[in-house]
Design a binder for this molecule. Structure first.
Ligand SMILES: Nc1nc2c(c(=O)[nH]1)N[C@H]1C(S)=C(S)[C@@H](COP(=O)(O)OP(=O)(O)OC[C@H]3O[C@@H](n4cnc5c(N)ncnc54)[C@H](O)[C@@H]3O)O[C@H]1N2
Ligand code: MOO
Length: 399
């Protein structure tokens, strides 16, 4: 590897050593999806809170229907939500609905399908065992029992059980707010006409979406031209709402590199060459009074996306309070030969099939975004390897 280049692992290690886990805050449940639980959640009451029926039918004493078919008087009707219940005596039945509390004295429920459905008296066709179709108090959760531990990612089911324990608000580490800025004088908004030398800005859409996929809230702050002062103004305006900033473009060796020119003099952002392909020109550091982490990714669309997966995604995990490290890899069986530059770790775009084979897509240039859009994994080729034969075992990262 060229000695002037930094390794992928060293760059990620620097980033993870710098970014901080976000402080917990208390959020309404409606806003807690995708956040990380920062407290232990336990239930103040048993769940279910009371013995209740699992079926629509009749609450009885099992012993009273042992000789079924039998007819029993129906002494009450209990809907879900009923509060005042009459205890049932020997030889009685009570019509009961799913979720309704089991009356005292009853020890089983006969499903309505096994009866004539009567409301004054009911004929019960089959005997039931004690406990039939009865859900016991505390069967799901005991009073005081912990249902979720800190560090849990809150998905739909987790949100459900938090609400199910009666909570309206919860302490979480929030989704990181990430501002995405594209730079480049050639960029115009999709949906407008292209002039000579212009292209539509795609990176800000890719990166904002990638932030969301990684559990953050991405804000597209639009594009800035190649003017470093305009870039700094825009950055300054965005910092108030940012836990991190991502820029794309303006970091290589050209005559107009606004990101490098604007941030370089601050001394808090380092611009380096990382031994990888794509994504060699990288910048990372902190900006503003709050030392907001900033990732200055290369402008080539595939390069910025691959850089996101390798460096920003793990950083967002750390900010979210989750275990963070290099992206997970899995082995795959390569179906075509590959070339890779000496001294750089390559991340080639491939299609991983269910049978564990991987086929590189056509178009491995860092500008070939359409080829990236067909891929579902990155095929990793180590720094010292330049040729990989078809049939070899390779490591891939799912994307
Ligand atoms: N003399 C050298 N030239 C380049 C080097 C180098 O080491 N020496 N590195 C190359 C590599 S590798 C990359 S990657 C790029 C990185 O360049 P920048 O980060 O400065 O990005 P730009 O020059 O602004 O743009 C590069 C390329 O990507 C297109 N682009 C930029 N932003 C967007 C966007 N938001 N949406 C879509 N496409 C975008 C841009 O038009 C350029 O084609 O530098 C190489 N050059
Ligand atoms: O290393 Mo640049 O990121 O081609 O393509």
């Amino acid at each position: 590897m060229s000695s002037s280049m930094k390794s992928v692992d060293a760059h990620l290690a620097d980033i993870l050593a710098t970014v901080r886990t976000l402080a917990p805050l208390e959020l309404e449940l409606e806003r807690a999806l995708g956040t990380t639980l920062a407290e232990e959640v336990s239930s103040p009451v048993p769940l279910p809170p009371f013995d209740n029926s699992a079926m629509d039918g009749y609450a009885v004493r099992a012993a009273d229907v042992a000789a079924a078919p039998v007819s029993l008087p129906v002494i009450d009707d209990i809907a879900a939500g009923s509060g005042e219940l009459r205890a049932i005596g020997q030889g009685h039945a009570v019509r009961i609905m799913t979720g309704a509390p089991l009356p005292a004295g009853a020890d089983a429920v006969v499903p309505v399908e096994w009866t004539d459905g009567g409301t004054v008296t009911v004929r019960i066709d089959r005997p039931v065992r004690e406990g039939n179709a009865v859900r016991r108090a505390g069967e799901d959760v005991q009073a005081g029992e912990v249902v979720l531990k800190p560090g849990t990612t809150i998905g739909a089911a987790q949100l459900g059980i938090i609400a199910g324990t009666g909570r309206r608000r919860v302490w979480v580490r929030p989704r990181p707010r990430v501002v995405v800025l594209s730079t480049g004088a050639e960029l115009v908004e999709p949906g407008t006409q292209l002039g000579p030398g212009q292209i539509w800005d795609s990176n800000s859409f890719t990166l904002t979406a990638a932030v969301r996929e990684a559990g953050g809230d991405g804000f597209r702050a639009g594009t800035v031209t190649d003017d470093p002062a305009a870039f700094l103004d825009q950055l300054d305006a965005q910092l108030v709402r940012a836990d991190a900033v991502i820029t794309s473009g303006g970091v290589s060796m050209g005559a107009y590199e606004p990101v490098k020119e604007a941030l370089g003099p601050l001394g808090t952002v380092r611009f380096e060459k990382v031994a990888m392909q794509p994504g060699m020109p990288q910048g990372f550091g902190v900006v503003g009074d709050d030392q907001v982490p900033i990732f200055t990714l290369p402008g080539n669309p595939v390069s910025s996306y691959v850089s996101f997966q390798l460096f920003v995604r793990p950083a967002l995990r750390k900010m979210r309070g989750l275990p963070a490290g290099p992206p997970a890899t899995r082995p795959a069986h390569l179906l075509a030969p590959l070339h890779s530059p000496e001294g750089k770790r390559s991340f080639l775009r491939g299609v991983l099939a269910d049978d564990g084979t991987v086929t590189p897509v056509h178009g491995q240039g860092s500008h070939q975004l359409a080829a990236l859009a067909l891929a579902n994994c990155l095929i990793m080729v180590p720094e010292q390897v330049t040729e990989v034969p078809s049939g070899a075992s390779v490591q891939v990262i799912r994307i």
